[in-house]
Design a protein around this ligand. Structure first.
Ligand code: NAD
Ligand code: UDP
Length: 338
């Protein structure tokens, strides 16, 4: 079976490509290297011991996608490609709608034209917005999101819902990721954000490796046990494995499916910092700063549906996540540029 992975050289995509090849799938990647680098492809090859087929292709490029579906026999698609920075999306909303929403429409049209109607889509816990209380359950009403990035995810979910309503030959799996962190056990691939990281774990790692001076914890006056925000961190390897189950679902059944991919447990910012210090033995200086606009106090999943229907549940805990994030960062202090 051959799987097209859009955004396959990105953070989650690269780990998923390796998991797919280890599970015996042939992998075809379409990525425009907007937020990734050719060296990732070499590392995927090195770790999987196999060669993924690669197309340098923008998902908005209809002719480029058409060429892929003409040259390759694709059985199912995992669609990671997209822009993902919340803050940036507030400054350049049109680029986010164009890349994420229009790009997905082009992809779906080309898939339909080639009779490929199986897709796994990277959605996000952000679609639950501010009105729902954790634990977050798939059936909750979504959409009260406060930024263009989150809105692209809600819009794409709605497009997928309408597509299935129009043609029930489709098999569509919407995966709502919680907070992916960690890296491959080899320390050869991991998360490599450009510039100063927005997300917690890359920030902590760069402080620990000496690239940044100090972590600022965004607020300690939330209504949580220690006052810092609580999130459902999930190891990227667990997430990658979840995609194998989801692909299998698209190959086995038609239907419209939505799954949370989280652990079902929340950790506060302070708990993550302390776990990192304990596991790595590194120093992580931090200060308490003001709250970050838009942050919710507590976000974690109800992970029971993915377990019941996909037979998937997270295996790694917060200490594995910290140890693996550190192995990647300490062996690649400059990320993929090293
Ligand atoms: P990433 O930026 O590392 O990977 C995305 C990949 O898509 C990159 O390699 C980039 O070059 C590529 N890409 C972007 N636009 C493209 C286009 N128009 N055509 C072709 N390729 C394009 O991001 P990631 O963390 O691996 O996230 C993957 C997906 O998961 C994204 O859709 C993201 O929104 C979603 N997601 C991520 C998180 C997270 O915290 N990392 C959480 C929830 C959902
Ligand atoms: N956070 C922080 N300092 C940072 C980055 C993040 O205190 O430099 C906090 C942030 O307020 C949130 C948690 O860490 O409560 C996770 O943030 P991240 O941006 O990684 O994920 P998201 O906000 O999307 O859940």
């Amino acid at each position: 079976m051959s799987i097209l992975v859009t955004g396959g050289t990105g953070y989650i995509g690269s780990h998923t490509c390796i998991a797919l090849m280890e599970a015996g799938y042939d992998v075809v990647i379409a990525d425009n290297y907007y937020n990734s680098k050719p060296v990732v492809l070499e590392r995927i090859r090195e770790l999987a011991g196999k060669e993924p087929v690669f197309y340098n292709c923008d998902i908005r490029d209809r002719a480029g996608l058409d060429k892929i579906f003409t040259e390759q026999k694709i059985d199912s698609v995992i669609h990671f490609a997209g822009l993902k920075a919340v803050g940036e999306s507030c400054h350049m909303p049109l680029q986010y709608f164009d890349n994420n929403v229009s790009g997905t429409v082009v992809l779906l049209e080309v898939m339909a034209a080639h009779g490929v109607r199986r897709i796994v889509f990277s959605s996000s816990a952000t679609v639950y917005g501010s009105e729902n209380e954790s634990p977050l359950v798939e059936d909750m009403h979504i959409g009260s999101v406060s930024n263009p990035y989150g809105r692209t995810k809600v819009m794409i979910e709605e497009i997928l819902n309408d597509l299935y309503a129009s043609d029930d030959r489709w098999s569509i799996c919407k995966l709502r990721y919680f907070n992916p962190i960690g890296a491959h056990k080899s320390g050869r691939i991991g998360e490599d954000p450009n510039g100063i990281p927005n997300n917690l774990m890359p920030y902590i790692s760069r402080v620990a490796v000496g690239k940044l001076e100090q972590l600022t914890i965004f607020g300690n006056d939330y209504d949580t046990p220690d006052g810092t925000c609580v999130r459902d961190y999930i190891h990227v390897l667990d997430l990658a494995r979840g995609h194998i189950n989801a692909v299998q679902k698209t190959l086995a059944d038609t239907g419209l499916f939505t799954y949370n991919l989280g652990t079902g447990h929340g950790y506060s910012v302070l708990e993550v910092v302390n776990a990192f210090i304990k596991v790595t033995g590194q120093n992580v200086p931090y200060r308490i700063g003001p709250r970050r606009e838009g942050d919710l106090a507590c976000v974690y999943s109800d992970a029971s549906r993915a377990k019941a229907e996909l037979g998937w549940e997270a295996q790694y805990g917060i200490e594995d996540m910290c140890a693996d994030a550190w192995r990647w960062q300490s062996r690649n202090p400059d990320g993929y540029d090293g």
